[in-house]
Design a protein around this ligand. Structure first.
Ligand code: PEP
Ligand code: MG
Length: 471
């Protein structure tokens, strides 16, 4: 993964925190000097909000995570699925690489552990064993312990207001404050309880890749070593954790969408094709259609859950371009005995082709379309989502992107297809406002953003009602 631009924050603003007050960037590792408490040692993208103090634990590879104690701050190049147990123990996470859709960012947000990603040089400039304080909102890492940790762990999650029994039929014990549903993204089943406690109206995206990567084997190698039944059971058990936490609220799980460069890191990864542009490569539905037997194993896990009574589990397919892709996916579902007429299923809309073909895709019988803004922005603006050098151009509010999303929502609405946003941008108030005005069915946010997004959605809906009444 490329190094992000270390002078910009998540919002693309110039960061004034990078320089120490004396004009130098603190680097005790280089100089052997001890920076004063409060001095900025590193900065990057604020990826998971909260302020955390702890002792630096440099983790050069996954095998070293045993040394991470409760309350330490993991400092590493980039986190991997194998590090998740240590990430749960950590007070905070700092990485050299990655943007706000990287593994470290997604997982730390779900765990409620403050994180700063894409610093470029944290593993060089932070000395193992020193005390630091990181600000997961502003993206700064300072010398010294501030004394209080303020993560967004489960004890801090706001659970909304106005309990009245969940008359939206979602099964939530929290009031349905908005007509537009507010859902949540989940990548690690461990975060299911915390996600469910937000009162979200369901899960709009459960990424199977985090579940599978956590086995540390490529799916192909996993099946070779343990057999098909174990593979199906592994997936079914993990989805079940989330489906159970949310039942009867719907949980949309998505078939595998792991780029080859991530799979290459796993046992069996040497068999992965080497690609110059993995994001444009052999991933998502295009891979599933080429390796249907593997995808059918994933789908058998969905079927198993349906058969055991989890009627809230919905199937979603990533990265189609056109109806041929979507119909191919539907056939795979039918092959394993999932009736597309009886079970809710849908497709991600995340390539320019799928945006142009959305009418034809809507006519394939899908129940919902999910706007994957992480990929829409990457592909429409030609901005690699993992390349920090152009992170300031990763503009989810770009007029071209907004216009495209508005069209998708409108077309789907006229075809009776629900729409949602599952990209990172769904957690942004300005995006939530825009989408409510366009008539989206649901918005999905990160766990920590659910309460604010619900407020924003409620206000936007009330304004629309008021304006309609006045006119
Ligand atoms: C997206 O592209 O916005 C999305 C939700 O999918 P992923 O981030 O997994 O590519
Ligand atoms: Mg995507």
């Amino acid at each position: 993964m490329s190094k992000p631009d270390d002078t910009t924050t998540e919002t693309g603003e110039e960061s004034d925190d990078r320089e120490a007050t004396d004009g130098t960037t603190g680097s005790e590792a280089e100089e052997g000097s001890t920076p004063a408490d409060g001095e900025t040692l590193a900065s990057g993208h604020g990826a998971s909000p909260g302020i955390a103090s702890g002792t630096v634990r440099i983790v050069a590879d996954t095998a070293e995570t045993d040394g991470v104690d409760e309350g330490d701050v993991i400092v590493t190049g980039m986190t991997t699925p194998e590090m998740v147990p240590a990430m749960k123990r950590a007070a905070g996470i700092v990485t050299d690489e990655g943007g706000i859709t990287s593994h470290a960012a997604i997982v730390s947000r779900e765990l409620g552990v403050p994180a700063v990603v894409g610093t470029g040089d944290a593993t060089d400039v932070l000395a193992d064993g020193r005390a630091i304080t990181l600000d997961g909102q502003r993206g700064t890492v300072r010398a010294g312990a501030s004394g209080s940790n303020a993560g967004t762990g489960s004890e801090d999650v706001q659970t909304g207001a106005g309990v009245d029994g969940g008359e939206n039929g979602s099964g939530s014990t929290l009031a349905p404050l908005t007509a537009t549903q507010v859902k949540v993204n989940v990548s690690i089943p461990d975060a299911a309880e915390r996600a469910a406690a937000t009162g979200a109206d369901g899960v709009a995206l459960l990424r199977l890749e985090h579940i599978l990567l956590a086995t540390n084997k490529t799916p192909k190698r996993y099946v070779e070593d343990h057999g098909e039944e174990a593979f199906v059971e592994e997936i079914a058990a993990e989805i079940e954790t989330v489906a159970e936490a949310f039942h009867p609220r719907p949980v949309r799980a998505r078939t595998l969408d792991a780029p080859t460069d991530e799979l290459a890191e796993l046992i069996g990864g040497e068999e992965e094709p080497h690609e110059h542009n993995p994001m444009l490569g052999y991933r998502g539905i295009r891979r599933s259609l080429k390796e249907p037997e593997l995808c059918k194993l994933e789908l058998r896990a969905f079927k198993r859950l349906h058969d055991t009574g989890y009627d809230n589990v919905e199937v979603m397919f990533p990265l189609p371009n056109d109806p041929t892709d979507v119909l191919g996916a539907r056939d795979l579902m039918a092959d394993v005995g999932i009736d597309p007429e009886k079970r809710r299923w849908g497709a991600m809309i995340e390539t320019p082709a799928s945006i142009r073909n959305v009418k034809e895709i809507a006519e394939c019988g899908i129940d919902f379309a999910a706007l994957g803004t992480n990929d829409i922005v990457q592909f429409m603006l030609a901005v690699d989502r993992n390349n920090g050098a152009i992170a300031d151009r990763f503009d989810e509010m770009h007029p071209t992107v907004l216009e495209a999303m508005g069209e998708v929502i409108e077309t789907c609405r006229t075809h009776g297809v629900d729409t949602t946003i599952t990209g990172q941008a769904g957690s942004k108030p300005e995006m939530a406002r825009f989408l409510v005005e366009k008539g989206i069915t649901s918005i999905s946010a990160n766990i920590d953003a659910v309460p604010e997004v619900r407020q924003v959605v409620g206000r936007a809906e009330r304004r629309l009602t008021l304006e309609a009444a006045r006119s």
